[in-house]
Design a protein. Structure first.
Length: 254
């Protein structure tokens, strides 16, 4: 890193609960980032499986940690936002990884004045096996809040957001508060930068995927709050058709 250049401070926010091995992978990847001006915030939901031992092992890169019962993942994320002291926040939950050691350095190489930086996402399982980048939800060339009518078209883990434009997650949503959060953040943002990079590796099988039907219902209601309901309905029909065609052609779900 160029010592004559001032790089913004980035807060990695990691949410974990009884997931020590995946936490180790995430913290190792954060530690290996060549980007220097960073901190790590750990919000643990009161783990009893040895997760606290992993947190102690990585104390050198952790600026703040707490282990206590919370009211779900979005409540934990709000705690992380409040604790973060960086200019930017990057949610990298237990099992998720920055794409490579130089990823964060590459994000800020050309432009440090963005409000949101976004990119692509590689899907991986617990063993690190790659399922490739997301196919049906490819990051658009230009991103604004209106494009979120298609849902989370950019993975949460592939958005690096200036803290000044962040809002807290709406806890009335159990599954899709991240979509609501992204829409509100993008509405507040002046400069949104497509990094044209893969920014993260996302651990498949998350909370909303485990509750697919409830998540889809909640997503529809959420989008109707931000967009015209008729448009949302027609858009869902279009997306459903694309999904069915994709399954038939590719014979896979990702």
């Amino acid at each position: 890193m160029d010592n004559n250049t001032v790089y913004p401070k980035v807060s990695f926010i990691t949410i974990v609960f009884n997931n020590k091995e995946n936490l180790r992978k995430t913290l190792t990847a954060i530690r290996n980032q060549t980007y220097v001006n960073k901190e790590t915030v750990i919000i643990d939901g009161g783990s009893t499986d040895g997760t606290l031992d992993i947190i102690a092992e990585f104390r050198d890169i952790i600026s703040y940690s707490v282990s206590e019962k919370d009211n779900g993942i979005y409540d934990a994320m709000n705690k992380g936002l409040r604790a973060a002291t960086g200019d930017f926040v990057w949610f990298m939950n237990s099992g998720d990884l920055p794409y490579g050691d130089d990823t964060l350095m590459n994000v800020f190489k050309t432009d440090k004045e963005g409000d949101v930086y976004y990119g692509d996402t590689e899907m991986v399982d617990d063993d690190g096996k790659s399922y490739g980048n997301r196919t049906l939800k490819v990051p658009p060339k230009e991103l604004n809040w209106k494009k979120m009518i298609n849902g989370m078209i950019v993975s949460h883990q592939s958005m690096i957001v200036r803290k000044a434009v962040c809002v807290e997650y709406d806890l009335s949503y159990r599954y899709v508060a991240d979509i609501d959060w992204a829409i509100k953040v993008l509405k507040k943002s002046t400069k949104v930068i497509n990094t044209n990079l893969s920014l993260s590796k996302f651990l498949i099988g998350g909370y909303s995927r485990q509750n697919t039907i409830e998540s889809l219902k909640e997503r529809f209601n959420l989008l109707c709050r931000h967009f015209n309901c008729v448009r949302v309905l027609l858009n869902h029909v279009k997306l459903s058709f694309r999904f069915i065609v994709y399954i038939i052609r590719k014979r896979k779900l990702l």
